[in-house]
Design a protein around this ligand. Structure first.
Ligand SMILES: O=P(O)(O)OC[C@H]1O[C@H](OP(=O)(O)OP(=O)(O)O)[C@H](O)[C@@H]1O
Ligand SMILES: Nc1ncnc2[nH]cnc12
Length: 173
């Protein structure tokens, strides 16, 4: 089985969630299957081991992926959180996503010692979340080496908001 086949076999599709017209990609089956989850994480780790200093992930599903990925690569993990959750000085950014809008924040000194950042999340939809995360990482002093998403919803053209970045994702229509 390829990684794409493993992922497809462990992804549920939920129509009209969280609102009418959205086909929600649910990765809970993947997170519940340790061998398949390890295969997907190792595929990403194998592309970046030794080339990045830190993994950053966006709340919440970026945490589920990013923390074990960082451990596997023997580097640290930085959480990018929804507004109001982080103590201390932060930088923040408001953005729109496929089914709403939100504000994300990161600690202002999060990337002071680690400059090459791998940004990880589950779905690239409109790209609003990823573009906001990139802006935050750079404002906090990080340099984005690459972006890894499990799935890219091609019809929403999120990649267009990430011009100039290396973006790896399995594309679906
Ligand atoms: O490309 P976009 O249109 O910005 O959408 C992608 C984002 O939407 C989902 O997160 P969500 O905000 O639903 O948060 P969650 O992980 O807490 O469920 C997903 O995990 C991505 O972060
Ligand atoms: N269709 C979708 N499925 C899962 N997460 C998403 N985030 C934005 N759009 C999504």
């Amino acid at each position: 089985m390829t990684v794409a086949e493993t992922l497809a076999a462990h992804t549920a599709e939920v129509p009209d969630f969280p609102k009418a017209g959205v086909l929600f990609k649910d990765f809970n089956p993947l997170f519940a299957a340790p061998a398949a989850f390890a295969e997907v994480l190792e595929d990403i780790a194998g592309r970046w081991r030794g080339q990045v200093d830190v993994v950053a992930g966006v709340e919440a599903r970026g945490f589920i992926l990013g923390a074990p990925l960082a451990q596997r690569m023997d580097i640290g993990f930085v959480p990018i959180r929804k507004v109001g959750k982080l103590p201390g000085e932060t930088v923040s950014c408001e953005y729109d996503l496929e089914y709403g809008s939100a504000v994300v924040e990161v600690a202002a000194d999060a990337f002071a010692d680690a400059h090459r950042v791998l940004l990880v999340d589950d779905v690239l939809a409109t790209g609003g979340t990823a573009a906001a995360a990139c802006e935050l990482i750079e404002r906090a002093g990080g340099r984005i080496a690459g972006i890894e998403m499990l799935l890219e919803l091609r019809f929403l053209a999120g990649r267009d908001k990430l011009d100039g970045y290396v973006v790896n994702a399995i594309q679906v229509d």
